[in-house]
Design a protein around this ligand. Structure first.
Ligand SMILES: NC(=O)c1ccc[n+]([C@@H]2O[C@H](COP(=O)([O-])OP(=O)(O)OC[C@H]3O[C@@H](n4cnc5c(N)ncnc54)[C@H](OP(=O)(O)O)[C@@H]3O)[C@@H](O)[C@H]2O)c1
Length: 287
């Protein structure tokens, strides 16, 4: 007897893989979306409940095929969608590659939206289902040189909040996950623009500062792991009444405190700069 059918995107590694494995252990049949099927077959081996499919969320045919397969397993609408696929890019706002930014939005925002549009109509008609959005605490704060990524996560969270308000009434639950740092291969997959890596760039000192700040953050003992984040996702799906937004990790809780507790932008920016140890001069106070 299965708990139902779930689809997880971006499950080749990291949070997606840990979530697929957690849901499979919980008794779901998990349509496990990966971009590289051969690599995934080798790395996953044979695990009960895991059904690997090729799923690049920028490819509508992959999406349609994966959802059709999942609905076949379910004999109707699926139970759970975990929109997890994502990557970051770093670049200055003034000259970061717009092509790289557009490609990132294709995955982080439009891929997630296309997955929602593929599964939610049937969930709504059935009056049940859960959509999990793996967003970020960075959907509610911004760091310099990462503005395009933050923009994609802000947009993803706006999409998800509106979705929650639209479909909650029909019995479809939307859960937004907002982790801080998760120790995965995410930094390796981050696209870095020449505009900031070139030592001649006016932003090179800021880039060096940020790298050091993120390096130190990753060393903090309150950073999450793929498994701890997947545990939060699995536990939330299992709840009768999950909260709409779940902040994951003590680091993210600390940042959430600054978002909610700062009296103005200046104080908030001060907390962020201190959190990352940025030496870059702050925005001058305005009259
Ligand atoms: N790591 C962090 O600190 C952190 C913090 C907050 C939020 N997040 C969010 O958590 C999610 C998972 O990140 P992670 O830390 O597990 O990173 P990760 O280890 O880099 O894993 C990302 C996964 O997404 C897949 N992916 C990328 N583009 C895709 C596309 N177009 N279609 C389908 N899959 C795609 C990758 O596929 P391949 O395996 O084929 O490369 C990879 O399996 C992301 O949405 C990220 O924004 C991460």
């Amino acid at each position: 007897m299965t708990r139902g059918v779930a689809i997880v995107t971006g499950a080749g590694r990291g949070v997606g893989r840990a979530t697929a494995e957690r849901l499979a252990r919980d008794g779901y049949v998990v349509v496990t979306g990966v971009r590289d099927l051969d690599r995934a077959r080798e790395e996953y081996g044979k695990q009960p409940g895991i059904q690997l499919v090729q799923l690049d969320v920028t490819n509508q045919t992959h999406i349609d095929d994966a959802v059709a397969l999942a609905e076949d397993f379910a004999g109707g609408p699926i139970d759970v969608l975990v929109n997890n696929a994502g990557h970051a890019m770093m670049g200055a706002q003034e000259n970061g590659s717009l092509d790289a930014a557009r490609a990132m939005f294709e995955t982080n925002l439009w891929g997630a939206a296309a997955m929602v549009q593929a599964v939610v109509p049937a969930m709504r008609e059935a009056g049940r289902g859960t959509v999990v959005t793996v967003s970020s605490i960075g959907a509610r704060l911004t760091n310099p040189l990462i503005g395009f990524y933050h923009g994609s996560k802000y947009a993803l969270s706006a999409f998800s909040e509106a979705l929650a308000a639209e479909v909650g009434h029909f019995g479809v639950r939307v859960i937004m996950i907002e982790p801080g740092m998760i120790n995965t291969d995410f930094p390796k997959a981050t696209v870095l623009g020449d505009d900031i890596t070139n030592p001649q760039s006016p932003y090179a000192p800021l880039f060096a500062d940020l790298r050091a700040g993120f390096g130190a953050w990753r060393e903090r003992d309150d950073a999450s792991t793929a498994e701890s984040c997947a545990a939060v996702i699995g536990d939330a799906i299992a709840m009768d009444h999950p909260p709409m937004r779940i902040v994951v990790g003590d680091d993210a809780v600390e940042l959430d405190g600054y978002i909610k507790g700062s009296k103005d932008d200046e104080e908030f920016q001060g907390h962020l700069r201190e959190f990352l140890g940025l030496d870059w001069p702050p925005v001058p106070p305005r009259a």
